[in-house]
Design a binder for this molecule. Structure first.
Ligand SMILES: CC(C)(COP(=O)(O)OP(=O)(O)OC[C@H]1O[C@@H](n2cnc3c(N)ncnc32)[C@H](O)[C@@H]1OP(=O)(O)O)[C@@H](O)C(=O)NCCC(=O)NCCS
Length: 271
C-alpha cells in the first residue's frame, strides 16, 4: 500500500508547534526563508503521514516524536525522538520506514509504502520509493531538448498541444521520483531515465513506463494531476527487498484514499 499526503503552506504548523529541539536547530540553520519554508512544509507532510501510519496501528504520538533527518546523499529518513524513544517497537517501526519528500511552491508531498512484515511483532516495514510534486508549468522545448531522452521528445512531439505542459511536467516529475528512488538525485544525467506517462486518469493514478539502467530493480511509476500540480511516485517491484507478496501483483499497487489535502489541525500538534 502506498500512503501519500500533501500539505499546503497555509496549513503548515509553526516550527514551535511541530519541531523538537534538534529540528529547531536544523531549521534555524537553514540559509534562506524559502528553504526554511520548504523544509518545514515537507516535514509537516512527513510527520503527519507517519503519525497516521502509526495511528492506524494503535500508536499515538505527537508531531515532535518524529524527526526526519537527511542521509549523506540527501535522502530523508525517519528517526524516533522524544516520547517515541520510550517504546522499542515504535522505534523499530520508525527506523524501518522508508519515506520520500517533495515540495513545490505552496505544497509538499510525502509518500511511504508499506507491505512486508518486519521482525518486530506484527509491525510493518516500508519499502523504498521516490515521490515528487511539481507545479504544472510551461518548460518550453529548450528544456525538453536539454533534459529529455529521444523517446520522451518523440512522445511529447506526438502529444496534443493542450496536454504538452502537463505531460512534460509529468515526465520531469517522474524522473525526479525515480532519481529519489535510486538516491542518485540530479547528480546523474536526467537522460539516463526514460519516463513515458500513460494518459491521465480522472481523479486517480495513471501509470508511467520507466526505463533506466540506474537500478537492477524493476520499477513502476504512477502519476496524477492534483490541483495545479503533478504528483509522481516510483517504486520497486519484484527483486530483492522489493514488494512483498501482499502487494507484488502490484504492478498496480494500491494507493491509500487518505492522500487528499490534509489540514493539519492544532490538536495534532498539541498531543
Ligand atoms: C533529490 C533532488 C533531485 C530533489 O530535487 P528538488 O528540486 O530539491 O526537489 P524536491 O522538493 O522534489 O525534493 C527535495 C527532497 O528530496 C529529498 N532528497 C534529497 N536528496 C535525495 C536523494 N539523494 N535521494 C532521495 N531523496 C532525496 C529530500 O527529502 C529533499 O527534501 P528536504 O531536503 O527538505 O528533506 C535534488 O535535491 C538532488 O539532486 N539532490 C542531490 C544533489 C545535491 O545534493 N545537490 C545539492 C544542491 S546543489
Amino acid at each position: 500500500m502506498i500512503n501519500w499526503l500533501t500539505v499546503e503552506s497555509r496549513d503548515c504548523p509553526t516550527p514551535q508547534r511541530m519541531l523538537g529541539p534538534e529540528e529547531r536547530m536544523c531549521y534555524e540553520g537553514l540559509h534562506t526563508k524559502k528553504r526554511q519554508q520548504d523544509w518545514l512544509l515537507g516535514r509537516a507532510a512527513a510527520k503527519r503521514l507517519v503519525l497516521r501510519h502509526l495511528g492506524a496501528r494503535g500508536a499515538s504520538l505527537p508531531l515532535a516524536a518524529i524527526r526526519v533527518v537527511n542521509d549523506f546523499d540527501g535522502a530523508p529518513r525517519v528517526v524516533p525522538a522524544g516520547l517515541a524513544l520510550a517504546d522499542r517497537d515504535i522505534c523499530a517501526e520508525l527506523s524501518a520506514l522508508c519515506i520520500s519528500i517533495s515540495h513545490s511552491e505552496d505544497r509538499s508531498l510525502c509518500a511511504i509504502m508499506t507491505g512486508t512484515q518486519s521482525t518486530v511483532r506484527n509491525l510493518q516495514s516500508a519499502i523504498a520509493l521516490g515521490a515528487d510534486i511539481e507545479t504544472i508549468a510551461s518548460r518550453g522545448r529548450g528544456f525538453a531538448v536539454a533534459y529529455y531522452t529521444a523517446d520522451e521528445l518523440a512522445f511529447l512531439g506526438a502529444a496534443p498541444i493542450e496536454c504538452y505542459d502537463t505531460l512534460s511536467t509529468a515526465i520531469w516529475s517522474a524522473k525526479e521520483a525515480l532519481l529519489k528512488f535510486t538516491r542518485h538525485g540530479l547528480r546523474v544525467d536526467t537522460r539516463m531515465v526514460t519516463c513515458l506517462p500513460a494518459p491521465p486518469e480522472r481523479d486517480g493514478w495513471a501509470s508511467v513506463a520507466i526505463s533506466t539502467k540506474l537500478t537492477d530493480v524493476p520499477v513502476v511509476g504512477w502519476w496524477r494531476v492534483f490541483s495545479d500540480h503533478v504528483i509522481t511516485i516510483a517504486a520497486g517491484v519484484g527483486g530483492e527487498g522489493a514488494l512483498g507478496t501482499e502487494t507484488s501483483p502490484a504492478l498496480r499497487p494500491a494507493f491509500s484514499d487518505k492522500g487528499e489535502p490534509c489540514r493539519i489541525i492544532s490538536t495534532d500538534c498539541e498531543r
